[in-house]
Write a protein that binds this ligand. Structure first.
Ligand code: KG4
Ligand code: ZN
Length: 339
């Protein structure tokens, strides 16, 4: 069964062809970084206009790469929530038009849920129940999963997403947008104990996250506390130490909550992870350590599937389709998820 996936929730226009939820025949991503760089953040209106320009060329490139024509496609799967509403509408309108014209089923997929499927592409399904961790530019959440399609949310960020905190910290350190991968590289040259950053715990039982305090701590460490002592000079050494300290505290906060959630679940077998920040080198190695201590299988997506892509949308779409969950052409785009 060949599923065409479409993703346009933020600033990547992406399409993919995935066979039976597993084999990625093609995955094409048209990024827009250059359009948003000057604003140090994604500008929603610019993003939706760029999706309009890029959707058809991206679909054509995907069919070419996958050696398929539209008549080979069995269903259209599309990320319809959560995300920037104008951006979502472009991909959704394209998906509906194709589903209607081809007479094929339409499958609406939750983007955050799809991030958890990224580690299931190109391999056998993992064992369930699983704990799911999504850490991206827009989301930081924990889920309990009974199967690829059945999940419930355990907790999430009460303020900034982890990737957003990385990007803001990167911008304070003068790194290019998005700052996450640059901060990750800079941190490798620093001493992670030189500056003490706060690790947010929230309540003793909480499975929520908070990263706004960490971001403010970076601001004060780099520029000084308002009305207090001036901050030390921002030398190359100091920037690397700040990046390393930030990264240590950010990863600590994530691992702490993953441990808490694992303690709460009845015999979890797998730790499913996804989202742009799973590309982070320190987080990847800390998650590997945690999974091996707990005897769990860890599904870290390969790097191209950590960031926004449509292969995860098509892959999860297949499982929704076989469990009978298709959608009418009246399917709405939605800025938030339903959990
Ligand atoms: O999943 P994604 O492409 O978009 C959302 O759904 O939000 O994630 C993008 C986020 C950005 O905030 C980016 O800075 C972050 O992932 N990111 C990283 C790394 N690579 C990407 N953050 C930390 N370390 C990295 N190596
Ligand atoms: Zn995403």
């Amino acid at each position: 069964m060949l599923i065409l996936g479409i993703e346009s929730s933020c600033d990547e226009t992406a399409a993919a062809l995935v066979e039976s939820g597993r084999t990625v025949r093609a995955s094409v991503i048209a990024g827009q970084r250059e359009l948003h760089e000057a604003f140090a953040g994604v500008v929603p209106e610019i993003a939706s206009r760029a999706h309009v320009e890029r959707l058809l060329p991206t679909l054509e490139a995907t069919l070419r790469e996958g050696g398929a024509t539209l008549s080979d496609v069995d269903a259209i799967s599309v990320g319809h929530r959560p995300g920037l509403i104008g951006s979502l509408l472009v991909g959704l309108a394209g998906a509906k038009a194709l589903a209607w014209a081809l007479g094929k089923p339409l499958i609406g997929v939750d983007h955050v849920h799809a991030h958890l499927y990224a580690g299931c592409l190109e391999r056998d399904l993992p064992l369930f129940p699983a704990l799911g961790l999504v850490v991206s530019g827009g989301h930081t959440s924990l889920f309990s999963l009974e199967s690829p399609t059945q999940l419930s949310r355990l907790g999430g960020t009460i303020d900034d997403a982890l990737g957003e905190a990385y990007d803001k910290a990167g911008s304070i350190l003068g790194l290019p947008f998005p700052g996450g991968p640059h901060l990750d590289r800079l941190a490798r040259q620093g001493d992670d104990r030189a500056v003490d950053f706060p690790v947010s715990r929230l309540g003793a039982d909480s499975l929520d996250f908070s990263f706004s305090g960490l971001k403010t701590a970076m601001l004060y460490a780099a520029r000084g506390v308002p009305g207090g002592e001036p901050a030390p000079e921002l030398t190359e050494r100091r920037r690397a130490d700040l990046a390393a300290g930030f990264q240590r505290a950010a990863c600590r906060a994530v691992i702490l909550k993953v441990e808490r959630a694992l303690d709460r679940l009845a015999s979890p077998r797998t730790l499913l992870t996804g989202g742009g920040v799973t590309a982070n080198t320190r987080l990847r190695s800390e998650l590997e350590g945690l999974a091996s201590r707990r005897g769990l299988e860890l599904r870290l997506p390969p790097l191209p599937f950590c960031l926004d892509n449509a292969a995860m949308i098509a892959g999860l779409g297949y499982h929704l389709l076989v469990s009978g969950r298709t959608d009418p052409l009246s399917l709405a785009a939605c800025a938030s998820s339903s959990w």
